[in-house]
Design a protein around this ligand. Structure first.
Ligand SMILES: Cc1cc2nc3c(=O)[nH]c(=O)nc-3n(C[C@H](O)[C@H](O)[C@H](O)COP(=O)(O)O)c2cc1C
Length: 372
């Protein structure tokens, strides 16, 4: 049997296999960012399906400018935290670990209950169009470059969210520094055009991410996992790459090692892609593997055709799966038993990626997994 089914250990936490559900935004909380019953059913479905860990959808961290999508869940107050607590219990009942992904939308801001003004390193809008998958919008809003008080608010938001995630019973958090959201924007020379201590060469562009990682570590108890998701591409700019090539990733990995980060989650369209400027022959995850001993979570196009190879190539990694997990919420069980693996029907996520739309699709197609 593939080593993907081997036990795995991360910061003293033991996992029965190396399969992880990748973070997926489903915009299905209530208007106040409180997780719903349907979300509990959704996350429990994966826990029953044999995954050893789930990373939640990106969750907003403060009541200023961090929310990016309508009906996005938050972790900013007691009602949100209590609702998460119930879901965490449902997931833990099946022996599955649960990580909360902390996301500040930055310039990628489509809907926010608390403000109309996005904040980002510089007053720069994302390329392309907002994502209709996450609700209707009239285009990108005008962005405000962060000032001192915004830095404080963002930092306090992340630190408060770490504490509330602990309170809700999560096993850890993942800082979302990929896909074009705020922390990723600091790393980017497109979004980050600052000329102060936070912008310029990669050494400076890393600084804020490094500071948030250190603050998250300091806020958490010893056995609480603090991971980070990294990548170059953004949801509306699949070609973006750091101007320093692989050197940017090497510097980032070394800084995160120093910050004491517990895992690095590399995100790309394809786990085997060599994404760096300058023709480097390495993947994002290979850089982590070569320049540190930090445990990895790898992501991008992992499915039944390649998971054995990916597991062998990255022996110190868990395997995060998004689309194949949506199509097969019990993928690990199916891979083990040899049961049929379904392809993802994108109609499941139309017209928007809500759980209600998925539920309608499952009813129409007689695919009610948990009822079986
Ligand atoms: C519906 C949907 C929502 C997503 N939402 C998030 C998110 O909230 N946070 C995140 O880091 N990535 C998000 N992603 C990206 C996935 O985690 C993953 O990186 C991407 O789908 C590639 O992995 P895959 O080939 O296994 O699907 C989302 C992907 C999908 C399909």
């Amino acid at each position: 049997m593939s080593s993907a089914f081997d036990d795995f250990e991360l910061k003293g936490h033991k996992f029965d296999n190396r399969f992880v559900v990748a973070p997926m935004t489903r915009t299905s909380a209530d208007k106040k960012g409180k997780p719903t019953e349907l979300m509990g059913e959704y996350y429990e479905r994966f826990a029953k399906g044999g995954w050893s860990m789930i990373i939640s959808e990106g969750v907003y961290t403060d009541r200023q400018a961090s929310q990016g999508y309508i009906n996005q869940p938050g972790i900013t107050d007691a009602p949100q935290t209590d609702a998460w607590k119930e879901i965490v219990e449902r997931v833990h009942e099946h022996g599955c670990k649960f990580i909360l992904q902390l996301m500040h939308a930055g310039a990628q801001f489509q809907h926010n209950e608390y403000t109309d003004t996005p904040i980002a390193p510089s007053a720069v809008q994302p390329k392309g169009e907002p994502l209709s998958l996450y609700g209707e919008t009239d285009g990108w809003s005008e962005v405000k470059a962060m000032d001192e008080s915004d830095f404080d608010a963002v930092m306090q938001g992340f630190v408060g969210a770490v504490k509330r995630a602990e309170e809700a019973g999560f096993d850890g958090i993942e800082l979302h520094a990929a896909n074009g959201y705020l922390l990723n924007e600091f790393l980017s020379d497109y979004f980050n055009q600052r000329e102060d201590q936070w912008g310029g060469n990669i050494g400076k562009r890393i600084k804020f991410v490094e500071m948030v990682a250190k603050a998250a570590k300091a806020a958490a108890k010893d056995d609480f996992i603090i991971g980070i998701r990294l990548g170059q591409i953004t949801v509306t700019d699949p070609d973006y790459h750091w101007p320093e090539g692989e050197d940017a990733m090497i510097k980032l990995v070394k800084a995160l090692k120093e910050a004491g980060i517990d895992y690095i989650h590399t995100a790309d369209t394809d786990v085997n892609r060599k994404p760096f400027k300058g023709g480097s022959a390495k993947t994002l995850a290979e850089i982590v593997q070569e320049f540190s001993d930090i445990p990895l979570i790898v992501n991008g196009g992992i499915d039944q055709s390649n998971y054995e190879h990916v597991a062998a190539h990255y022996p110190n990694a868990m395997l995060a799966v998004a689309k194949a997990a949506l199509a097969n919420p019990d993928l690990p069980k199916r891979l083990k038993s040899g049961d049929k693996i379904e392809d993802l029907d994108f109609a499941m996520l139309q017209p928007t990626a809500t759980l209600e739309n998925e539920w309608k699709w499952r009813t129409e197609h007689d695919k009610h997994i948990n009822d079986k």
